[in-house]
Design a protein around this ligand. Sequence first.
Ligand SMILES: Cc1cc2nc3c(=O)[nH]c(=O)nc-3n(C[C@H](O)[C@H](O)[C@H](O)COP(=O)(O)OP(=O)(O)OC[C@H]3O[C@@H](n4cnc5c(N)ncnc54)[C@H](O)[C@@H]3O)c2cc1C
Length: 391
Amino acid sequence: MLTVAPEQPVVRLEPDGRPHAIVIGSGFGGLAAAVRLGARGYRVTVLERLDAPGGRAYVHRQDGFTFDAGPTIITAPFLFEELWEMCGRKLSDDVELRAIDPFYDLVFNDGERLSCGASMRDEIARIAPDDVAGYDRFMRRSEEIYRVGFEQLGAAPFHAWTEMLRVAPDLLRLGGLESVYSLVSRYVRDPRVRIALSFHPLFVGGNPFSTTAVYCLISYLERRHGVHFAMGGTGALVEGLVTLIRGQGGAVRCDAEVAEIILSDGAASGVRLLNGETLRADIVVSNADSAHTYGRLVPASARKTWTDGRLASARYSMSLFVWYFGTNRQYPRVPHHTILLGPRYRELIEDIFTHKRLASDMSLYLHRPTATDPSLAPAASRCRHRLEVRG
Ligand SMILES: Cc1cc2nc3c(=O)[nH]c(=O)nc-3n(C[C@H](O)[C@H](O)[C@H](O)COP(=O)(O)OP(=O)(O)OC[C@H]3O[C@@H](n4cnc5c(N)ncnc54)[C@H](O)[C@@H]3O)c2cc1C
C-alpha cells in the first residue's frame, strides 16, 4: 500500500468538519485502510474502478450460484474483528466466520490423501510414522517464528533500512536466510510431509524454495486461529466492511477509476478520475497494485525511486488461472478445500518461477464452498466449485 501524504498534512476541513481521505481501490486492503482512517476522524471516499467492491474478493453471480473470485481461506479472523471493534461493533453481529476442519486435504500423485487440520499429527503418524517427532519439533519452531515474525514484527513498518537493521538479528535467528523448504526438510523426511509443511508461500505468490523460512509461521498461525469461511461467501466480509465505512459517514464509489494522483508541492492533494472529475483530499492512500500506482497514477517526474525502468525490470509474483463452474449434482465426499498435487514439486515450481512455462502436470486447488454453505448454489444442485491452476 502506498500512502502519499505530507509529513505534516495541511488539513482542509470539509463541510462536516472532518479532513478528507481518498482511498484508491476497494479490495480488502483499501477497505481496511478506509475503516482505520474513518476511525481516526477522516471523511473517507473509496474509489473503485470496477462496478462492485472487493477487488480480488469480487463476487460473480450466475444462475443462482455465488462465486467468490479470489480469497476464501480466512486464517487471521482477529484482523477483521479489530476493524469492527474500531467502529464499536462486533464482527459476529454482521458476518458468521465458520471454522473448517480439516483446513484442506492434500491429494498426492500416488493417491495418498493427507487431511491437514486438527488431526494433522495423526495423519502424519498414518502416512509417515518416522516423521511424527520431527513434526512436533517443527510446530514448536513454527510457533517461535510466529511469536516474533507475526506478533512482534507483523505490524512493524519497514520504511527504512535502519528499521530492517534493528530486527535483523531476530530475523536471522528465525531462519531469515534459509528457505521454507530447507527449514522444513531439517525436521521431516517424507517428501509428502515436506510438501504439506512447505507449500504455504504459494498462497501469497512465493516460491517455497526461496521464500524466507519466516513464512513457516503460517503452520502455527493456522493451528492457533483455525481456518475459517465466511458464511454467504467471502463477499459477506466485503459487504460488511462497506457497511462499516458508510456507517462512519464515508462513501464507496464504484465505476470510479482514478487516472492520476494530483500532487501539490510534492504531496498528494487529490485525484483526477478517468471521467475528468477532480476530487481534493488531505491524504491519498493507493491500495491498487504498487506497480500500477507508481507507473500509471503518479507522474513520472515525481518518481525518484520507482522509475519506469525500475518498474519494467521488477520481478512480479506468479499469476493463476481460475475456472468457476457449477454442477447439477452434489459431490458430498469432496471436502471444502482440496489441493491435488501433480507428480512433480520442486521441478513444477521451477517451471512456474524460473522457466515461466505452464506445465501439463500442474497442481490444482479445488474449492467446494457448498460443503460448508449450501446457500451458495441453487437448491436443485447445491454444488459450486472453483478450480485454480497456479502458473
Ligand atoms: C484466486 C485467488 C485466491 C486467493 N485466495 C486467498 C485466500 O484464500 N486467503 C487469503 O488470505 N488470500 C487469498 N488471496 C489473496 C487475496 O485475495 C489478496 O491478497 C487480497 O484480496 C488483496 O487485496 P488488496 O486490497 O491488496 O488488492 P485488490 O483486491 O487487488 O484490490 C485493489 C483494487 O484496486 C482497484 N483499482 C486498481 N486500480 C485502480 C484505479 N486506478 N482506480 C480505482 N480503482 C483501482 C482494483 O479494481 C481492485 O478492486 C487470493 C488471491 C487470488 C487471486
